[in-house]
Design a protein around this ligand. Structure first.
Ligand SMILES: Cc1ncc(COP(=O)(O)O)c(C=O)c1O
Length: 482
């Protein structure tokens, strides 16, 4: 049923109101405002909207029925005929719009994200970075949402501070200080890390600026940097992450304006940068006044007793722009991420967020704040850490039992492993996909899509028995490719 219909009787000529209404409906069908099969509003509602008597509406509709434009439907009203009259009445003889030449719109930017290798819909999806949403405590979170939506509580329906719903900002600030050692920072809540990275790029970079990025990395972040006109300079990485000498050389050669790093769990290789190397990187950046964008996307999932703190936890010079996300610990569709930045940057970032997307959804922020305050968030984290550690161990066991040609280093944390298969990982990933198993080849993480021999396998979103079953098929694929 078309509940409302935009009709202007004043545009139509005609002696009587019912003729003008009939002409207006014909015009609406002609223009495509009304589609064949659409049910019209009731005669009463049309009469009320147009300020005319219901009988006048009925007279107009009946005329259209007689002409073959409408058909009456028992107990429902009138519907636009699916086969429209081909003989034009006088009203349609003059075309409403003269045919015009189609104009093309010139885009100033065209950025794509590789979608040629879909990672959804597989029976066994070793998707990296995806949490197991099947064990998210949905009832618990629904209770928090329901509390926020109680009658009379209009706060969660309203605009809030663009920097974030204040109770959530407080919870994030406390959590960062207590758990990650990051303190005295301004928090800006964003739509995932993606928006946080995008905002940094917009505020720090000018077209043509060079940005140092790890030689294998996270393409959506690169694209956000490119959207600001940045030129990416890939830097060498090894089994300890970003190589300091490569950074030193690039700073001198390219006058870098920003460094993007995933120091805690290098994406995609999972390497954790040791403390000494981190201080080398930090001092190079400091010496060259180079801001660091630290993307800490899965800090919560560390499997040793004393996880390293992020770079932002010891940043006396205030050069680290720290970005993190709730996509892995809450759920990705919540689109909650945040920036933790030196306080003097707060206002420009807050204003930019206001201009870009006004703010994050107050309701989701409020529910998350309550969930964090209740302690349930950290309980969930502790549980998931145990679950994911067991899954990591299962995946590593499977890889070890397959043995040659596979080799893998055991990640300290995170949600994925980086595995060498000593042959084209594009070929292996394609063959696995044909058997309904998704694994991500190295080329996905290379700035130019260059093929390599590594695969990234996520272990978080499948149970241990799913991991075993998926790896059994993977082993067969590997055997067939030898
Ligand atoms: C390196 C990296 N950064 C950030 C993110 C998180 O993105 P978002 O918070 O926008 O969901 C991911 C998610 O997979 C990631 O792998």
């Amino acid at each position: 049923m078309v509940r409302e219909l935009n009709i202007d009787l004043n545009r139509e000529s005609g002696r009587s109101t019912y003729r003008r209404l009939a002409a207006a409906i014909r015009r609406a069908i002609h223009k495509g405002t009304l589609f064949p099969g659409d049910l019209l509003p009731s005669t009463r509602s049309l009469g009320e909207t147009l300020g005319i008597h219901r009988h006048t509406v009925t007279a107009a509709l009946q005329e259209l029925v007689a002409e073959g434009w409408l058909e009456p439907i028992a107990r429902k009203g009138y519907r636009v005929c699916t086969v429209l009259p081909t003989v034009f009445t006088r009203a349609q003889r003059t075309p409403l719009f003269a045919p015009t030449q189609r104009l093309s719109i010139t885009l100033k930017k065209q950025l794509t994200i590789d979608g040629t290798f879909p990672d959804r819909g597989f029976r066994f999806a070793f998707q990296s970075g995806k949490p197991d949403l099947r064990i998210f405590p949905i009832d618990d979170f629904r209770r928090q949402l329901a509390e926020c939506l109680k009658k009379g509580k209009t706060e969660t329906l309203d605009y809030t501070d663009p920097a974030g719903f204040p109770p959530l900002v407080k919870e994030i600030g406390d959590y960062l200080r207590r758990v990650r050692g990051v303190k005295d920072r301004a928090i800006i809540v964003t739509h995932g890390s993606q928006e946080a990275i995008f905002i940094i790029a917009q505020l720090l970079l000018s077209p043509g600026d060079c940005v140092g990025v790890e030689g294998l990395g996270y393409p959506p972040a690169w694209q956000a940097l490119r959207a600001a006109g940045a030129q990416l300079i890939p830097l060498a990485i090894d089994e300890e992450g970003l190589v300091p000498a490569a950074l030193e050389e690039a700073v001198q050669r390219h006058n870098l304006r920003l460094l993007y790093t995933t120091a805690l769990h290098q994406y995609p290789t999972t390497a954790t940068m040791p403390v000494t190397r981190r201080s080398e990187i930090y001092s190079i950046a400091h010496r060259h006044k180079l801001p660091i964008l630290e993307d800490d996307y899965d800090h919560e999932f560390h499997f040793r007793s004393h996880p390293l703190a992020p770079l932002a936890a010891s940043d006396p010079a205030g050069i680290v722009l720290y970005v993190s996300t709730f996509s892995k610990v809450l759920f990705p569709a919540a689109r909650i991420g945040f920036l933790a930045i030196p306080p003097d940057l707060k206002e420009p970032f807050r204003h930019f967020k206001r201009i870009q997307s006004r703010q994050n959804e107050t309701l989701v922020q409020a529910a998350l704040a309550r969930w964090m305050r209740s302690g349930a968030f950290e309980r969930h984290l502790r549980k998931m850490r145990r679950v994911y550690k067991d899954r990591r161990d299962t995946l590593i066991d499977c890889i070890h039992s397959i043995g040659s040609p596979l080799s893998v280093s055991i990640p300290d944390g995170g949600m994925a492993v980086w595995m060498d298969c000593e042959r084209s990982s594009d070929r292996i990933a394609k063959a696995a996909a044909e058997k309904d198993v998704f694994v991500a080849p190295e080329s996905r993480f290379h700035p130019e899509g260059r093929t390599g021999t590594h695969l990234r396998l996520g272990f978080a979103n499948q149970t241990e028995s799913e991991i075993r079953a998926g790896m059994k098929i993977f082993q067969e694929v590997l055997g067939a490719e030898r």
